[in-house]
Structures are given as C-alpha cells and as structure tokens.
Design a protein around this ligand. Structure first.
Ligand code: ZN
Length: 385
C-alpha cells in the first residue's frame, strides 16, 4: 500500500500544507525524506521513567519471579544505588525521542519511603524536555496503598503538584483489599478531576472482578474516557462468555486497555478488543530496570511484539498493531492535533521503507524525528538540547 509522494509544509509548529511539489519557503529548513514513510510521532503511553538504569553499566537481573519479589528487590536496590530520578528520567526520555516517540505517559513511584522524590525528579525532567517531548505523569503507588498508611496522602499531594493521573496496583493481589484501594484511588481522582491508570496483573476471575469494580466507579464518577487498565492479563484468561461481558463493560464505561505484549503472561486479545471498540494502547513499561533487563524505548519494536504475540501476519493486522502505538496512545493521552491532517501538530517520524507492514517487520532506524516542526533527531541520534 505505497502512498503517493508528497511534500509537507510546517509553519508555526503545525501542518500548513500537504501536496506534491510545494516550494520551500525562504529560510525554511528542508528535510529530505528520500521517499520514506512519514508517520505521526509514536506514543509510549506506559513507561516508568523514574526507575530505569538506562545509561548505567549493565546490571544482571536478580529479582525472583513474582510481582512481590520484584517490588522487594527494587526497594532494596533503590536504597543501595540512590540514583537521581530526574537524570534517569531525562536520559530514557531522550532515548525514546531518538526512536521517534514524542508523547509519553509515565507512571512514577510514590511511597512512604521515597515520598515525592521520584515524582519531583520526573517533573523536573519534563520541564527540561517540554520543547521536545510531552510527558504525562501518573502518581503510582508501586508498593501498595492500604497496606502502607501515608501513601494516600502522598498520592493526593502528587496530583495537586501536577500529576495528571492517579495510579493503582493489584488492589486485591497487593493490598488484599480491592474496595479499600479503589476507593482511595477513585476518591482522589474524583476530588481533583484526575484520570486513573491502574496496573492490574491479578489473574483470571480475581482480575475480572476488579475490572467490574473499576467500571462501576468509572461510571459513578463520570470518568468515561479518563480511566485505563494496564496489563489486564485476566482478559486473556477468562472464558468466552466472561470475556464478552467484560468487553461490553469496557466499551460502555469508556475504559481503555494497555498491553505491552508481556513475554510469559497471558495478554488481552488485541484484535477482539479493537474490533469491539475498546481503545487499546501500548508502552515500553519498564526499560532496563529492576523489573526487566530488556527494552530500548522503541515503539516500532513494541508494535512488532504486539503483532508477534497476537499471531498477526496480514498487513491489515500489522496496521492495527501500528495504530496501537500511534493513534491508540494519542486517544488515551487526549492529545490534540495528533495526526497528519492540515492543522495537526507537525510531529513526525520519517523511516525508510515502502509499506507500513514492512516497517513493523524490519524496524528500520529513524531517519528523522521532528517535534512541532523542528528536527530533534536524525539517524537515531538527538540533534540538540
Ligand atoms: Zn508498569
């Protein structure tokens, strides 16, 4: 499906003209796309910028297999390493930009041991990078809410301090009190008009029960379109009848689903959810941190993983995977002017290739990354700032 060759004129950070043979305006910077493919910037809508080891020497993974093992291991490492969250966050966000990502949603740890230290670090990094990449922040209670008294107050302060969303984690599996955790999370969201994005690893019926509880609260507070469930392994585990019911509930409540195509966990049925009208989005999740040795913050690679794990082969299905890391994420982040139409933000990534399916299969280097009409990376390297 090769498109026709066009020129794009960006003025004032937005797309002013699209068509063949546009003459360069005097003084304009001219970027030669060499008949590659022009896409809107990628959206990495589930990162953990504050906790990455990106830029540090290789560290062998040493956590046990369960979520609790990994939380404990991370807390120990955090005390030992005392990394600077703003420097780590900035380094990883820059890496993401070099791979064509121009919009990020990052969960940021908030707990009674570190307080708002990581949150303030990521907020500082986001201020420094605001002309290159947009960063939305989720105040994330990685270690639990109900079981760690004092966390709720910290989450509330983070939202008052600029976090757009409030996070949660396995209300049953981690806190053993789904009602307690969800009441705190949705209570803060309701008070401040914040969005909600909950990590839900809990399996099968236990996970399904919590999706029903999240949907109930989303409706009660009128938060349709502002609530996401991340991972939702349970959607890949329940039987057909239950899955159909949950999908109807997600559509009716306006809840979006994030999957990063996890290696050895069940994943939500991407094709089925999209066909039913559920907004599905994706993200790197942890990149090179205490949770995983993997990741390069590359959303084209993520699209390949989504397709690979879902058994997608046809171009049509590959396009769906690409849509998940572009328009799906943009919809969830509520980005205005995202796309390639006149008046949209001039946020582009240009890649060598002939078709979108080929891009996912080959994952070529990013020739150009352009943010609001300004070149920010070329051939995989950041240009400036
Ligand atoms: Zn996560």
């Amino acid at each position: 499906m090769a498109g026709a060759a066009v020129d794009v004129l960006a003025t004032g950070g937005v797309i002013a003209r699209v068509g063949p043979g546009i003459a360069a305006a005097p003084g304009a910077e001219v970027v030669d796309g060499q008949h590659g493919i022009l896409l809107p910037g990628f959206v990495d809508a589930h990162m953990h910028l504050d906790k990455t080891f990106w830029g540090l020497p290789w560290r062998a993974h040493e956590a046990g297999p369960s979520v609790l093992d990994r939380i404990d291991n991370e807390r120990r490492l955090r005390r030992e390493l005392r990394l600077s969250p703003d420097i780590q966050a900035e380094g990883l966000a820059r890496q993401a930009v070099s791979r064509g990502t121009l919009h990020i949603r990052s969960h940021v740890d908030v707990d009674t041991e570190i307080g708002l230290r990581n949150f303030e670090g990521v907020m500082a990094a986001r201020r420094r990078l605001k002309d290159i990449v947009s960063i939305q922040v989720v105040a994330f209670p990685q270690s639990g809410v109900v079981t760690r008294p004092g966390t709720a107050e910290l989450l509330d302060r983070a939202v008052q301090g600029g976090a757009e969303l409030i996070g949660g984690i396995d209300p049953a599996g981690i806190d053993r009190d789904p009602k307690g955790q969800l009441d705190v999370v949705f209570g803060i969201a309701g008070r401040h008009g914040a969005g909600v994005d909950i990590h839900l690893h809990d399996p099968g019926e236990l996970g399904a029960l919590q999706i029903r509880m999240i949907a109930e609260r989303t409706r009660a507070l009128g938060l349709a379109g502002k609530v996401s469930v991340s991972h939702a392994f349970c959607l890949g585990m329940v039987d057909e009848a239950e899955l159909g019911h949950l999908i109807d509930l997600l559509v009716d409540s306006g809840i979006s689903i994030m999957t990063n195509a996890p290696g050895d966990r069940p994943m939500p049925p991407l094709r089925r959810l999209r066909a039913a009208g559920v907004t599905v989005f994706s993200g790197s999740d942890g990149v090179r941190d205490a949770w995983t040795p993997f990741g390069t913050a590359d959303m084209l690679e993520r699209a390949m993983l989504l397709a690979y794990r879902s058994g997608f082969r046809t171009d049509d299905l590959l396009h769906g995977a690409l849509d998940t890391v572009t328009r799906g994420g943009a919809a969830v982040l509520g980005l205005e002017g995202y796309g390639l139409d006149l008046g949209d933000r001039a946020d582009f990534v240009i890649l060598p290739g002939e078709t979108l399916g080929e891009l996912i299969a080959m994952r070529p280097p990013r020739s150009w990354v352009i943010s609001a009409g300004r070149v920010v990376a070329r051939d995989g390297r950041l240009e400036r700032g």
